[in-house]
Design a binder for this molecule. Structure first.
Ligand code: PAF
Length: 286
């Protein structure tokens, strides 16, 4: 497994390894790798001759006062996990390699899709994600890129980025990987103390309640379902909901009357940690 720190070396790796028709799968990450990330890596390994993973905590997607400086970092553990999965290369640039002139850098604006849901409490976040993903695609030049559906809004933004800027990359969205009690895996789960960790399961429980109400035909309008879900979240003293929305899976537009498939999306603070989760409700997939 090659560890690559510079853009120049990443391009050289491409030239040497990608002879013939070898396809390359790419898994962009911010490190602190867990089973969710590793499931993306395994999928890429199955579907491509070469797999590249990037580890870069992207300052451009953190707002002032957010957790950029304390975001979990575990480069040694990450490299061990990736080496065990036989990844071909890990791209781990420094901040100065990706943003040599941060204040003068060009950055992308993804428009309204970046201002809804998580974009309300994290203004500019999705512009920062789109900017770094565009840069990474230009540097790594993958055929396929793998993202987890836990970050549903991110996957919609990235698909739009690829369409609008004509990147020649297939975006593969992979299932949410959960702990045994339903909590979606996230690097930020490591911020939770024992009480908060227990309380955090309320996100998945509220999503499952929403799904049950919809599939049982008990409720067919979004405000009623959302109200029941919110009641459940608020019954957990350590949880403070940021939003609970029922949206169209393709464009994330909120629904009034529920049409399947629908995405149930939730963001909440558990103590001081903001977590997100979602499930897709679809009769066929029940
Ligand atoms: O999902 C993440 O870890 C990040 O948002 C990404 C896609 C690696 C961009 O920094």
């Amino acid at each position: 497994m090659q560890i690559i720190k510079t853009i120049k070396d990443m391009r050289a790796f491409n030239k040497i390894l990608r002879t013939g028709n070898k396809t390359m799968g790419f898994v962009p990450t911010m490190g602190a790798l867990h089973e969710g990330h590793l499931s993306l890596v395994r999928r890429s390994r199955e579907e491509n001759a070469i797999t590249v993973v990037s580890i870069f905590v992207n300052p451009a997607q953190f707002g002032p006062g957010e957790d950029f400086h304390r975001y979990p970092r575990d480069p040694v553990g990450d490299l061990e996990k990736l080496s065990a999965l036989d990844v071909d290369a890990v791209f781990m640039p420094e901040g100065s390699e990706m943003y040599p002139e941060p204040s003068r850098s060009v950055s992308l604006d993804v428009g309204g899709i970046g201002r809804m849901l998580c974009g309300v409490s994290r203004p500019g976040h999705f512009n920062g994600v789109a900017t770094v993903v565009a840069k990474l695609f230009n540097i790594v030049m993958p055929d396929r890129a793998y993202f987890g559906r836990k970050d549903l809004q991110q996957t919609v933004v990235i698909k739009k980025l690829v369409r609008d800027l004509n990147f020649d990359v297939d975006i593969i969205v992979c299932p949410v990987i959960r702990e045994k009690d339903g909590l979606a895996m996230s690097s930020r789960n490591s911020y939770l103390n024992a009480g908060e960790r227990k309380a955090a399961t309320v996100l998945f429980r509220a999503l499952k309640l929403g799904e049950k109400l919809i599939l049982a035909g008990e409720m067919d309008n979004a405000p009623d379902v959302r109200r029941e879900m919110e009641k459940m979240v608020r019954s957990e003293p350590l949880a403070d909901p940021d939003y609970i929305e029922i949206v169209d899976t393709r464009n994330l537009q909120p629904m009034q009357g529920i049409k399947l498939p629908a995405a149930l999306c939730i963001a909440a603070r558990i103590g001081s940690t903001r977590l997100i989760d979602n499930i897709i409700v679809d009769k066929k997939r029940k």
